[in-house]
Design a protein around this ligand. Structure first.
Ligand SMILES: [Zn+2]
Length: 468
């Protein structure tokens, strides 16, 4: 089904091809739109700008700490006098979170760590890494939502470690990046709070979430971050490698703008997890499903699950595809970001073929290389009867290369038979078409043809190309 595979996922897998006498794996990855994979388990704030309880407390408890001086004094939190236990807990947690968000905004590491339970063990180091990661990412508008007491509570082992005062709340953390990227980031933390002699502390931020959870990269790794002119690349690789990726990402953005124009953010976020397994957890898909995939564009960790927003690479594959392969992949993915690829009813061949069209433009590669497998098939068996559909784009599909190449030829056909402006208009109009009837109208209105005649023309076009 188009754009609606089991996880409402559209993915792009890789293909290997050979040209100019050397093995070069050109891998182009696709748009991955995971619905709700990272969604909050509890409804907290309804928007990033909605003032939270923590935010409301900011003025009273979130005042800046003295800069560069001694370790901030630990302030006793709300005393346990009267009122409902839950309300007290939420107030205590809100105060701690207000101090944390103020510390993040002020880049005050000591103030942040002063909120951490002195008996929390390894969590202190985890919290320090998280703080450093957020600073490196240059986050802004950091907000914690209202803590929601989590009835699932603590595991027996954690209860034993933290003691009887410990309790757990789900808390939504949202922030934005200082530059370029315009969509907020949003994650639900399962935070543990404790009381030590009348003083409240944070004792954990991922209770019950094991190493197999879909936690964001900035929570699970100590990341390096490179800020490019049009990109942020964050990951666990060597800084030199991330700098190279950032240069490629900047170039990919410029390549997209050459075709798509400048009416988009002209900025991409690229995350580089340490392993394929980590990448699969990060985007919320099964193990060993992304072996052929170099990168995906995903909405995981963002508020709109239907909107492609940032790119996650598969380090296992991305490293091996050479600089041209990486440029093609990032340009393809950046096209999805620019075009706000969604799980709309747009035919997958158009969404992926267009991203490949942009990805390969100015690559200097001839059609015979870009669509090698597909054109070989056409030479042997003649052109297929139809454009590739949704199932043919499954990353585990046997003839995945052919599906992508076929889609690329269809978009190139439009650009050559009509022109590039028509291809753009067709893409945009098709994105808004909700039904088959709407789509048929788009064929007629933009290309002056029917879908049936279009497929006939495309078949003749690829037959000719296969003779080249
Ligand atoms: Zn794609």
């Amino acid at each position: 089904m188009i754009g609606d595979s089991p996880q409402r996922v559209r993915r792009r897998a890789a293909r290997r091809r050979r040209f100019v006498g050397q093995a070069l794996a050109v891998l182009v990855a696709g748009v991955l739109l995971v619905s709700g994979a990272f969604a909050s388990a509890v409804a907290v704030a309804t928007g990033s700008a909605v003032p939270s309880a923590a935010g409301a407390l900011m003025n009273s408890v979130g005042a800046p700490y003295p800069a560069g001086g001694s370790i901030p004094e630990v302030r006793p939190t709300v005393a346990a006098r009267g009122g409902h236990l839950t309300a007290q807990r939420v107030a205590v947690a809100g105060e701690l979170l207000a101090r944390q968000s103020a510390a993040i905004r002020a880049n005050d590491r000591r103030a942040y760590l002063a909120t951490v339970d002195p008996r929390a063990g390894s969590y202190a180091a985890t919290a320090a890494d998280l703080f450093d990661n957020l600073q490196r990412m240059r986050v802004r508008q950091v907000r914690f939502g209202t803590p929601v007491v989590d009835s699932r509570g603590l595991t027996p082992a954690r209860r034993a470690a933290l003691g009887p005062s410990a309790w757990v709340a789900s808390v939504e953390l949202s922030f934005r990046l200082a530059s370029g990227d315009t969509q907020p980031w949003r994650t639900t933390l399962r935070m543990a709070f404790v009381d030590r002699d009348g003083v409240g502390y944070v004792a954990g931020d991922r209770e019950g979430q094991g190493t197999d959870s879909s936690l964001p990269l900035w929570m699970t790794e100590r990341i390096e971050v490179v800020h490019g002119e049009h990109s942020m690349v964050a990951g666990s690789g060597h800084l030199d490698q991330l700098r190279r990726f950032a240069r490629t990402a900047d170039l990919a953005v410029r390549r997209v703008s050459e075709v798509w124009g400048s009416s988009w953010d002209q900025y991409i976020v690229v995350l580089v997890p340490p392993s394929q397994a980590q990448m699969e957890r990060l985007i919320g898909v099964g193990s060993h499903t992304q072996t052929a995939v170099a990168a995906v564009t995903t909405s995981v960790g963002r508020p709109d699950p239907a909107l492609a927003s940032h790119i996650v690479v598969n380090p296992h594959t991305f490293d091996r595809i050479g600089s041209l392969g990486r440029l093609v992949v990032l340009t393809h993915e950046a096209t999805h970001v620019a075009a706000h690829a969604t799980v709309s009813g747009m035919p997958v061949w158009l969404s992926e073929g267009f991203a490949d069209y942009v990805g390969f433009h100015r690559s200097g590669l001839p059609a015979e290389v870009i669509a090698h497998e597909f054109l070989s098939d056409v030479r042997r068996r003649g052109p297929p009867d139809a454009l590739p559909g949704g199932t043919e784009f499954d990353p585990r599909a046997r003839a995945l290369d052919e599906a992508y190449e076929s889609a690329w030829t269809a978009c190139r056909y439009i650009a050559q038979r009509w022109d590039r402006a028509k291809l753009l208009r067709f893409y945009v109009a098709m994105d808004g078409a909700r039904t088959k009837v709407d789509q048929e109208r788009v064929y007629r209105r933009v290309l002056g043809t029917s879908s049936e005649r279009f497929v006939q023309g495309w078949r003749a076009y690829v037959r000719e190309r296969s003779d080249d």
